[in-house]
Design a protein around this ligand. Structure first.
Ligand SMILES: [Fe+2]
Length: 275
């Protein structure tokens, strides 16, 4: 049982989004709108989902934990691999490496009483996301590091074009935007399960298909659910002294799931590998 200084009603903007009442017409309208957006655009955004007081607490916590954040700074291709494939030509998307530089604060570093954990573990939040995704029940991830993270970007940090691995959807919360830059961009439906669409992927990576790229508004408190596995996305370089802070959450379709230790070591660093 996780106890928080803030209750769910102090964290989620239940005035606009009565997510705890499944029969409420406003909740039903929210679910319907998000399902349509997810279907048509491959992402949906719920603005002002988290209240400013909770965001302030989260931002302060992330800033306090900065010294323990793992600086994940590496060249990688858009499939999140660091190795190239000599059997493919150098211009193939699998051989195009780009830099990514982010600061990860893992679940185990975050206070048990953090509103971030209260939010993540709340039945009403999990159920709302499950209703939007429409692929059955969702369960908390039980990995020591993965379930809810702060992802921070300092001046010069960025996340290059990539697909998220494996998961059917990705869920993020904007806590504190950058002063400049740090834009969230996406090329929806870049690939499907059946077709890697390498030519199109390569043209997005080369910056030739900006007509397919959308900028997703990231006001503080906005929750975003998107098909990160099928849609190339990136965070543009951050400028200015303000730390860009977002959170990423992992829910699962089966109970009791944990992450792969090797993957965790690449995301969270030596501290995790040594355990
Ligand atoms: Fe991603």
């Amino acid at each position: 049982m996780i106890e928080s200084a803030l209750n769910l009603e102090d964290i989620v903007n239940v005035d606009d989004y009565p997510i705890h009442d499944e029969r409420h017409p406003e909740r039903q309208a929210l679910i319907a709108r998000c399902r349509t957006d997810l279907e048509n655009k491959r992402y949906c955004v719920i603005p002002d989902f988290v209240r400013p007081a909770a965001l302030e607490f989260m931002a302060a916590e992330a800033m306090r934990l900065q010294s323990g954040a793992f600086h994940n700074n590496a060249l990688r291709n858009c499939y999140l691999h660091r190795q190239s494939d000599p059997s493919l030509p150098p211009e193939h998307p699998r051989n195009l490496q780009d830099r990514s530089s982010v600061r990860m604060i893992a679940y185990d570093q975050i206070s048990q009483s953090s509103p971030l954990k209260t939010f993540y573990h709340a039945d009403a939040v999990r159920k709302t996301v499950a209703d939007i995704i429409k692929e059955g029940d969702l369960f908390d991830n039980e990995d020591p590091y993965q379930p809810a993270n702060y992802v921070c970007y300092r001046q010069g940090d960025e996340s290059s074009w990539h697909f998220d691995a494996d998961n059917s959807f990705t869920m993020t919360l904007m806590i504190q935007p950058a002063q400049n830059g740090g834009e969230f961009k996406m090329s929806p439906n870049t690939r499907t399960n059946a077709d890697e669409n390498y030519e199109h992927v390569a043209s997005v990576l080369r910056g030739e298909r900006n007509d397919t790229v959308v900028s997703i508004g990231r006001e503080p408190g906005a929750l975003c659910v998107f098909r990160g596995c099928h849609s190339l996305h990136r965070v543009t370089p951050v400028y200015g002294d303000v730390l860009r802070i977002m959170s990423v959450f992992v829910y699962e379709f089966r109970p009791g799931l944990v992450g792969d230790p090797e993957v965790n070591a690449t995301i969270y660093g030596d501290r995790v590998a040594k355990r």
